[in-house]
Design a protein around this ligand. Structure first.
Ligand code: DAH
Length: 346
Protein backbone atom coordinates (compact mmCIF):
# COMPACT_ATOMS: atom_id res chain seq x y z
CA UNK A 1 0.00 0.00 0.00
CA UNK A 2 2.78 2.39 0.98
CA UNK A 3 4.49 2.41 -2.44
CA UNK A 4 1.31 2.84 -4.50
CA UNK A 5 0.12 5.39 -1.96
CA UNK A 6 3.08 7.64 -2.66
CA UNK A 7 2.19 7.69 -6.29
CA UNK A 8 -1.49 8.43 -5.67
CA UNK A 9 -2.32 12.08 -5.49
CA UNK A 10 -4.82 13.32 -2.93
CA UNK A 11 -7.34 13.76 -5.73
CA UNK A 12 -6.84 10.13 -6.74
CA UNK A 13 -7.41 9.09 -3.13
CA UNK A 14 -10.53 11.16 -2.87
CA UNK A 15 -11.95 9.58 -6.04
CA UNK A 16 -11.02 6.10 -4.83
CA UNK A 17 -12.93 6.71 -1.62
CA UNK A 18 -16.00 7.88 -3.53
CA UNK A 19 -16.09 4.74 -5.66
CA UNK A 20 -15.58 2.51 -2.63
CA UNK A 21 -18.24 4.07 -0.43
CA UNK A 22 -20.86 4.13 -3.12
CA UNK A 23 -20.50 0.34 -3.45
CA UNK A 24 -21.08 -0.33 0.27
CA UNK A 25 -24.38 -2.07 1.04
CA UNK A 26 -24.29 -2.95 4.74
CA UNK A 27 -22.91 -1.91 8.12
CA UNK A 28 -20.14 -4.54 8.48
CA UNK A 29 -18.70 -3.58 5.09
CA UNK A 30 -18.90 0.08 6.07
CA UNK A 31 -16.98 -0.66 9.25
CA UNK A 32 -14.21 -2.32 7.19
CA UNK A 33 -14.05 0.72 4.98
CA UNK A 34 -13.83 3.01 8.00
CA UNK A 35 -10.85 1.06 9.32
CA UNK A 36 -9.22 1.10 5.88
CA UNK A 37 -9.46 4.91 5.69
CA UNK A 38 -9.33 6.41 9.13
CA UNK A 39 -8.20 3.44 11.26
CA UNK A 40 -4.72 3.69 12.83
CA UNK A 41 -3.01 2.26 9.76
CA UNK A 42 -5.51 3.70 7.26
CA UNK A 43 -4.92 5.92 4.22
CA UNK A 44 -5.50 9.24 5.97
CA UNK A 45 -3.19 8.67 8.99
CA UNK A 46 -0.57 7.38 6.55
CA UNK A 47 -0.80 10.60 4.60
CA UNK A 48 -0.41 12.54 7.84
CA UNK A 49 2.70 10.58 8.75
CA UNK A 50 4.22 11.13 5.30
CA UNK A 51 3.73 14.85 5.72
CA UNK A 52 6.89 14.98 7.84
CA UNK A 53 8.98 13.97 4.81
CA UNK A 54 7.67 16.75 2.61
CA UNK A 55 9.67 19.97 2.13
CA UNK A 56 8.63 22.62 4.62
CA UNK A 57 7.39 25.06 1.96
CA UNK A 58 4.81 22.56 0.65
CA UNK A 59 3.87 21.16 4.03
CA UNK A 60 1.22 23.68 4.94
CA UNK A 61 -0.66 23.48 1.64
CA UNK A 62 -0.49 19.69 1.58
CA UNK A 63 -1.55 19.51 5.24
CA UNK A 64 -4.64 21.55 4.48
CA UNK A 65 -5.49 19.33 1.52
CA UNK A 66 -5.13 16.17 3.59
CA UNK A 67 -7.42 17.69 6.21
CA UNK A 68 -10.02 18.50 3.59
CA UNK A 69 -10.00 14.92 2.33
CA UNK A 70 -10.11 13.65 5.92
CA UNK A 71 -13.17 15.79 6.75
CA UNK A 72 -14.88 14.62 3.59
CA UNK A 73 -14.12 10.97 4.33
CA UNK A 74 -15.38 11.28 7.91
CA UNK A 75 -18.61 13.03 7.02
CA UNK A 76 -19.32 10.59 4.16
CA UNK A 77 -18.72 7.65 6.45
CA UNK A 78 -21.02 9.21 9.00
CA UNK A 79 -23.78 9.90 6.51
CA UNK A 80 -23.61 6.41 5.06
CA UNK A 81 -23.69 4.97 8.59
CA UNK A 82 -26.90 6.84 9.38
CA UNK A 83 -28.55 5.65 6.17
CA UNK A 84 -27.52 2.00 6.58
CA UNK A 85 -28.43 1.97 10.28
CA UNK A 86 -31.92 3.30 9.61
CA UNK A 87 -32.31 0.78 6.80
CA UNK A 88 -31.30 -2.19 8.97
CA UNK A 89 -33.54 -1.03 11.82
CA UNK A 90 -36.50 -0.85 9.45
CA UNK A 91 -35.75 -4.33 8.12
CA UNK A 92 -35.58 -5.67 11.69
CA UNK A 93 -38.84 -3.99 12.68
CA UNK A 94 -40.49 -5.41 9.62
CA UNK A 95 -39.21 -8.91 10.39
CA UNK A 96 -40.18 -8.82 14.07
CA UNK A 97 -43.53 -7.19 13.58
CA UNK A 98 -45.99 -8.17 16.32
CA UNK A 99 -49.53 -8.76 15.31
CA UNK A 100 -51.37 -7.15 18.20
CA UNK A 101 -54.67 -8.48 16.97
CA UNK A 102 -53.68 -12.12 17.60
CA UNK A 103 -55.46 -13.75 20.58
CA UNK A 104 -53.25 -14.13 23.72
CA UNK A 105 -51.70 -17.46 24.74
CA UNK A 106 -53.86 -18.84 27.55
CA UNK A 107 -52.03 -19.62 30.82
CA UNK A 108 -51.84 -23.32 31.54
CA UNK A 109 -54.29 -24.34 34.24
CA UNK A 110 -52.34 -25.34 37.34
CA UNK A 111 -53.37 -27.44 40.28
CA UNK A 112 -52.32 -27.98 43.82
CA UNK A 113 -49.33 -30.27 44.29
CA UNK A 114 -50.54 -33.64 45.61
CA UNK A 115 -48.20 -33.48 48.61
CA UNK A 116 -49.54 -30.04 49.56
CA UNK A 117 -53.05 -31.29 49.12
CA UNK A 118 -52.39 -34.18 51.50
CA UNK A 119 -50.67 -31.83 53.94
CA UNK A 120 -53.75 -29.59 53.97
CA UNK A 121 -56.04 -32.59 54.53
CA UNK A 122 -53.98 -33.83 57.47
CA UNK A 123 -53.69 -30.35 58.98
CA UNK A 124 -57.47 -30.12 58.84
CA UNK A 125 -57.94 -33.49 60.54
CA UNK A 126 -55.58 -32.60 63.39
CA UNK A 127 -56.87 -29.03 63.69
CA UNK A 128 -60.30 -30.46 64.29
CA UNK A 129 -58.77 -32.29 67.27
CA UNK A 130 -57.40 -29.03 68.71
CA UNK A 131 -53.85 -29.17 67.32
CA UNK A 132 -52.29 -25.89 66.13
CA UNK A 133 -49.72 -25.63 63.34
CA UNK A 134 -46.18 -24.61 64.31
CA UNK A 135 -43.30 -24.00 61.89
CA UNK A 136 -39.53 -24.06 62.25
CA UNK A 137 -36.46 -23.31 60.13
CA UNK A 138 -35.14 -25.78 57.57
CA UNK A 139 -31.53 -24.84 58.33
CA UNK A 140 -31.43 -25.96 61.92
CA UNK A 141 -29.00 -25.90 64.81
CA UNK A 142 -27.75 -29.32 65.90
CA UNK A 143 -29.05 -28.59 69.37
CA UNK A 144 -32.67 -28.66 68.16
CA UNK A 145 -32.20 -31.33 65.50
CA UNK A 146 -30.26 -33.76 67.72
CA UNK A 147 -29.05 -32.81 71.23
CA UNK A 148 -32.35 -31.73 72.77
CA UNK A 149 -34.00 -34.80 71.24
CA UNK A 150 -31.77 -37.05 73.30
CA UNK A 151 -29.23 -37.61 70.53
CA UNK A 152 -26.00 -36.20 72.01
CA UNK A 153 -22.81 -35.97 69.91
CA UNK A 154 -21.36 -39.35 68.95
CA UNK A 155 -24.68 -41.03 69.80
CA UNK A 156 -25.18 -43.88 67.30
CA UNK A 157 -28.75 -42.68 66.64
CA UNK A 158 -27.32 -39.67 64.77
CA UNK A 159 -26.01 -42.06 62.16
CA UNK A 160 -29.58 -43.33 61.49
CA UNK A 161 -30.21 -40.18 59.49
CA UNK A 162 -27.92 -39.19 56.60
CA UNK A 163 -27.44 -35.59 57.54
CA UNK A 164 -26.52 -32.70 55.22
CA UNK A 165 -24.18 -30.38 57.10
CA UNK A 166 -23.88 -26.72 56.09
CA UNK A 167 -20.38 -26.12 54.69
CA UNK A 168 -18.31 -23.84 56.88
CA UNK A 169 -20.96 -23.75 59.63
CA UNK A 170 -19.94 -26.21 62.31
CA UNK A 171 -23.25 -26.70 64.08
CA UNK A 172 -25.83 -26.07 61.38
CA UNK A 173 -27.60 -28.85 59.45
CA UNK A 174 -30.50 -29.14 57.04
CA UNK A 175 -33.08 -30.52 59.44
CA UNK A 176 -33.38 -34.27 59.06
CA UNK A 177 -36.87 -34.36 60.57
CA UNK A 178 -39.54 -31.94 61.81
CA UNK A 179 -38.94 -33.02 65.43
CA UNK A 180 -36.84 -29.91 66.27
CA UNK A 181 -40.07 -27.90 66.04
CA UNK A 182 -41.33 -29.90 69.06
CA UNK A 183 -38.36 -28.60 71.07
CA UNK A 184 -38.80 -25.02 69.87
CA UNK A 185 -42.49 -25.12 70.79
CA UNK A 186 -41.91 -26.55 74.27
CA UNK A 187 -39.28 -23.88 74.93
CA UNK A 188 -41.63 -21.10 73.87
CA UNK A 189 -44.91 -22.05 75.50
CA UNK A 190 -45.96 -23.81 78.68
CA UNK A 191 -48.09 -26.98 78.56
CA UNK A 192 -50.72 -28.04 77.82
CA UNK A 193 -49.52 -28.26 74.21
CA UNK A 194 -51.21 -29.70 71.14
CA UNK A 195 -49.21 -28.92 68.04
CA UNK A 196 -48.47 -30.27 64.60
CA UNK A 197 -45.55 -29.26 62.41
CA UNK A 198 -45.65 -29.99 58.68
CA UNK A 199 -42.62 -29.13 56.58
CA UNK A 200 -39.66 -30.04 54.41
CA UNK A 201 -36.85 -32.21 55.70
CA UNK A 202 -33.57 -33.33 54.10
CA UNK A 203 -31.51 -36.50 54.01
CA UNK A 204 -28.78 -37.70 51.71
CA UNK A 205 -30.81 -40.44 50.00
CA UNK A 206 -32.12 -41.09 46.47
CA UNK A 207 -34.05 -44.08 45.14
CA UNK A 208 -37.69 -44.94 44.20
CA UNK A 209 -38.85 -44.52 47.80
CA UNK A 210 -36.42 -41.84 49.04
CA UNK A 211 -35.54 -38.35 47.85
CA UNK A 212 -33.04 -35.89 49.39
CA UNK A 213 -35.91 -33.53 50.22
CA UNK A 214 -39.23 -34.76 51.46
CA UNK A 215 -42.06 -33.68 53.75
CA UNK A 216 -43.06 -34.79 57.20
CA UNK A 217 -45.85 -33.96 59.56
CA UNK A 218 -45.35 -34.43 63.27
CA UNK A 219 -47.56 -34.05 66.25
CA UNK A 220 -46.89 -33.41 69.92
CA UNK A 221 -49.27 -33.42 72.84
CA UNK A 222 -48.07 -32.51 76.33
CA UNK A 223 -50.40 -32.55 79.31
CA UNK A 224 -50.89 -34.34 82.60
CA UNK A 225 -51.68 -38.05 82.74
CA UNK A 226 -51.36 -38.70 79.01
CA UNK A 227 -51.36 -42.40 78.13
CA UNK A 228 -50.44 -44.40 75.06
CA UNK A 229 -54.12 -45.17 74.45
CA UNK A 230 -54.66 -41.44 73.73
CA UNK A 231 -52.00 -41.65 71.04
CA UNK A 232 -53.46 -44.80 69.51
CA UNK A 233 -56.95 -43.28 69.53
CA UNK A 234 -55.76 -40.17 67.69
CA UNK A 235 -53.88 -42.20 65.05
CA UNK A 236 -56.93 -44.44 64.50
CA UNK A 237 -59.07 -41.37 64.00
CA UNK A 238 -56.55 -39.84 61.59
CA UNK A 239 -56.38 -42.96 59.39
CA UNK A 240 -60.16 -43.25 59.30
CA UNK A 241 -60.61 -39.60 58.33
CA UNK A 242 -57.76 -39.50 55.82
CA UNK A 243 -58.47 -42.74 53.95
CA UNK A 244 -62.21 -42.56 54.49
CA UNK A 245 -62.29 -46.14 55.68
CA UNK A 246 -62.04 -47.87 58.98
CA UNK A 247 -58.62 -49.42 58.47
CA UNK A 248 -57.05 -50.58 61.71
CA UNK A 249 -53.87 -49.16 63.25
CA UNK A 250 -51.32 -51.14 65.22
CA UNK A 251 -48.33 -49.96 67.21
CA UNK A 252 -45.24 -52.14 66.76
CA UNK A 253 -42.49 -51.81 69.40
CA UNK A 254 -39.46 -49.92 68.12
CA UNK A 255 -36.86 -47.39 69.20
CA UNK A 256 -36.52 -43.63 68.86
CA UNK A 257 -34.19 -41.66 71.13
CA UNK A 258 -36.85 -39.04 71.83
CA UNK A 259 -39.70 -41.35 72.85
CA UNK A 260 -40.00 -44.11 75.43
CA UNK A 261 -41.66 -46.45 74.78
CA UNK A 262 -41.45 -46.02 71.01
CA UNK A 263 -43.42 -47.69 68.24
CA UNK A 264 -43.75 -47.90 64.49
CA UNK A 265 -47.23 -47.00 63.31
CA UNK A 266 -48.71 -49.59 60.95
CA UNK A 267 -52.09 -49.38 59.29
CA UNK A 268 -54.12 -52.11 57.60
CA UNK A 269 -53.01 -52.23 53.96
CA UNK A 270 -55.05 -49.77 51.87
CA UNK A 271 -54.74 -51.97 48.79
CA UNK A 272 -56.10 -55.24 50.21
CA UNK A 273 -57.81 -54.00 53.41
CA UNK A 274 -55.49 -56.17 55.45
CA UNK A 275 -55.99 -59.46 53.59
CA UNK A 276 -52.42 -59.59 52.31
CA UNK A 277 -51.10 -58.53 48.88
CA UNK A 278 -47.87 -57.77 47.00
CA UNK A 279 -47.60 -54.19 48.31
CA UNK A 280 -47.85 -55.19 51.98
CA UNK A 281 -45.73 -58.30 51.32
CA UNK A 282 -48.67 -60.50 52.37
CA UNK A 283 -48.55 -59.13 55.93
CA UNK A 284 -51.75 -57.07 55.66
CA UNK A 285 -49.95 -54.11 57.29
CA UNK A 286 -48.19 -51.02 55.97
CA UNK A 287 -45.86 -48.81 57.97
CA UNK A 288 -46.78 -45.12 57.95
CA UNK A 289 -44.66 -43.52 60.67
CA UNK A 290 -43.15 -43.53 64.13
CA UNK A 291 -44.49 -42.52 67.53
CA UNK A 292 -44.12 -42.90 71.24
CA UNK A 293 -44.40 -41.30 74.67
CA UNK A 294 -42.12 -38.26 75.08
CA UNK A 295 -38.85 -39.40 76.67
CA UNK A 296 -38.20 -37.87 80.15
CA UNK A 297 -34.78 -36.75 78.85
CA UNK A 298 -36.50 -34.59 76.23
CA UNK A 299 -38.66 -32.95 78.90
CA UNK A 300 -35.51 -32.26 80.92
CA UNK A 301 -33.78 -30.61 77.96
CA UNK A 302 -36.61 -28.06 77.72
CA UNK A 303 -36.87 -27.57 81.48
CA UNK A 304 -40.14 -29.40 82.00
CA UNK A 305 -40.55 -31.70 84.98
CA UNK A 306 -41.07 -35.27 83.71
CA UNK A 307 -42.73 -36.16 87.03
CA UNK A 308 -45.46 -33.65 86.34
CA UNK A 309 -45.81 -33.67 82.56
CA UNK A 310 -46.40 -36.49 80.12
CA UNK A 311 -47.02 -36.55 76.41
CA UNK A 312 -46.91 -38.32 73.12
CA UNK A 313 -45.38 -37.55 69.75
CA UNK A 314 -45.72 -39.01 66.28
CA UNK A 315 -44.28 -38.37 62.85
CA UNK A 316 -45.14 -39.39 59.28
CA UNK A 317 -43.80 -38.84 55.78
CA UNK A 318 -46.25 -36.88 53.64
CA UNK A 319 -45.03 -38.37 50.35
CA UNK A 320 -45.67 -41.82 51.75
CA UNK A 321 -49.21 -40.89 52.81
CA UNK A 322 -49.81 -39.44 49.33
CA UNK A 323 -48.45 -42.57 47.64
CA UNK A 324 -50.73 -44.77 49.72
CA UNK A 325 -53.81 -42.63 49.19
CA UNK A 326 -53.35 -42.16 45.43
CA UNK A 327 -51.45 -45.32 44.51
CA UNK A 328 -48.22 -43.62 43.34
CA UNK A 329 -45.34 -46.08 43.08
CA UNK A 330 -42.27 -43.86 42.51
CA UNK A 331 -41.76 -41.07 45.03
CA UNK A 332 -39.48 -39.21 42.64
CA UNK A 333 -42.45 -38.35 40.39
CA UNK A 334 -43.52 -35.78 43.00
CA UNK A 335 -40.45 -33.69 42.26
CA UNK A 336 -40.12 -33.91 38.48
CA UNK A 337 -42.69 -31.18 37.69
CA UNK A 338 -44.24 -33.32 34.94
CA UNK A 339 -47.54 -31.55 34.23
CA UNK A 340 -49.18 -34.78 33.06
CA UNK A 341 -48.50 -36.40 36.43
CA UNK A 342 -49.54 -33.33 38.45
CA UNK A 343 -52.79 -32.86 36.50
CA UNK A 344 -53.91 -36.31 37.62
CA UNK A 345 -54.55 -34.79 41.04
CA UNK A 346 -56.53 -31.70 40.01
N1 DAH B 1 -38.42 -38.16 63.64
C1 DAH B 1 -38.64 -39.53 63.19
C2 DAH B 1 -38.01 -39.73 61.85
O1 DAH B 1 -37.84 -38.78 61.13
C3 DAH B 1 -40.10 -39.84 63.13
C4 DAH B 1 -40.72 -39.79 64.46
C5 DAH B 1 -40.78 -40.90 65.23
C6 DAH B 1 -41.23 -38.61 64.95
C7 DAH B 1 -41.33 -40.85 66.49
C8 DAH B 1 -41.79 -38.55 66.20
C9 DAH B 1 -41.83 -39.69 66.96
O2 DAH B 1 -42.28 -37.43 66.71
O3 DAH B 1 -42.38 -39.63 68.19
O4 DAH B 1 -37.68 -40.83 61.51
Amino acid sequence: MATTEKELTLDDLSRLFETQISAIQDLPALENLRVEWIGKKGHIPLQMRNLGKVAEAERKILGQKINEVKTKVESELDRKHKTLFAQSLNEQLEKERVDVTLPGVPLAKTCEHPVWKVQAELVKIFSNCGFVVEMGPEVEHEFFNFDALNMPKNHPARAMQDTFYIAGEKELVLRTHTSPVQIRTMLLQPPPIRMICPGRVYRSDYDPTHSPMFHQIEGLLVDQDVVMGDLKGLLDHMVKEFFGASLGVRLRPSFFPFTEPSAEVDMACVFCSGKGCKTCKQTGWIEIGGCGMVDPEVFKSVDLNPEKWSGFAFGMGLERMTMLKYGVSDLRSFFESDQRFLREFS
